[in-house]
Design a binder for this molecule. Structure first.
Ligand code: SAM
Length: 241
């Protein structure tokens, strides 16, 4: 398995100025370097309506698939919300797909940016040392969160899955730099792994992503993007287009 090739860069204006991960493989940032957590909340949590969906007293399980697990920031933010809002008896199934996982040293450094998530982060990092190619299972918060980290290329990972997603987090690098994560094959697999009412959210508003998701059956809408990004996309699977 190949680990991510990361450089730690200072951003003096950032909320956390202890260095931010930058991908030397893709020449791109992992998340908004001014405030990655606020971006995650705006794009992925708000536009998948997770606050309201997790608060359902009748919920017994919820399945999410993230394309581009990276530092695990979205996973930590979603997990904290789950533990705060979801019924104690319910299980979050979170599937993260990642071709080049962070080394344990980089992962530990990245997750230290958000000390408010230490409980989940420590449980995760403890189990991360045995990470290998393919499927890796993690059980967190007394089993209330079941994480599968699929350490594979997206084109191998998605066809192996059979779990139907309630919500998708599309978080590859920028489409122009990372075409594999935004291909028609990926969108077709998303349709296979969705049901009526499954949602997605992504930071990008690239035209081919919008058209590709629409063509496989998602209703797609544009919203104000986070920070300097003008627009972002979210949507819901109807299977009708
Ligand atoms: C923008 S970063 C992800 C940020 C991440 N969600 C986070 O919270 O840190 C994009 C991720 O997509 C992964 N990626 C890029 N190409 C991939 C591919 N073909 N298959 C699977 N993962 C890929 C990268 O390694 C990187 O971790």
């Amino acid at each position: 398995m190949q680990f991510a090739n990361i450089e730690w860069r200072e951003n003096k204006g950032a909320k956390n100025s202890i260095g931010q991960p930058y991908s030397l493989d893709f020449n791109d940032v992992y998340f908004n370097t001014d405030d990655g957590l606020a971006e995650s909340e705006h794009v992925f949590i708000t536009h998948n309506k997770l606050q309201q969906r997790f608060s359902d007293a009748n919920l017994s399980s919820f399945t999410m698939i993230e394309t581009g697990f990276g530092t695990g920031l979205n996973f930590l933010a979603v997990s904290a919300l789950w533990l705060q809002l979801a019924p104690k008896s319910a299980t979050l199934h979170y599937i993260g797909i990642e071709k080049t996982p962070l080394s344990i040293a980089d992962l530990t450094r990245a997750q230290a940016l958000w000390p408010q998530f230490t409980d989940v982060s420590q449980a995760f990092i403890t189990q991360y040392s045995t990470l290998e190619s393919g499927t890796n299972h993690f059980s967190i918060a007394a089993g209330r969160i079941q994480l599968v980290l699929q350490a594979d290329d997206i084109t191998l990972a998605l066809p192996q899955l059979s779990q139907i997603a309630d919500a998708w987090l599309l978080d590859g690098f920028a489409p122009a730099k990372n075409t594999a994560m935004w291909s028609s094959e990926v969108f077709a697999q998303m349709a296979r792994l969705s049901k009526k009412g499954s949602t997605f959210a992504t930071f990008t508003s690239a035209g081919h992503v919008k058209r590709g998701l629409y063509s496989v059956g998602f209703e797609v809408s544009k919203h104000k993007g986070f920070g300097k990004k003008r627009e972002m996309l979210s949507g819901i699977f109807t299977g009708k287009n």
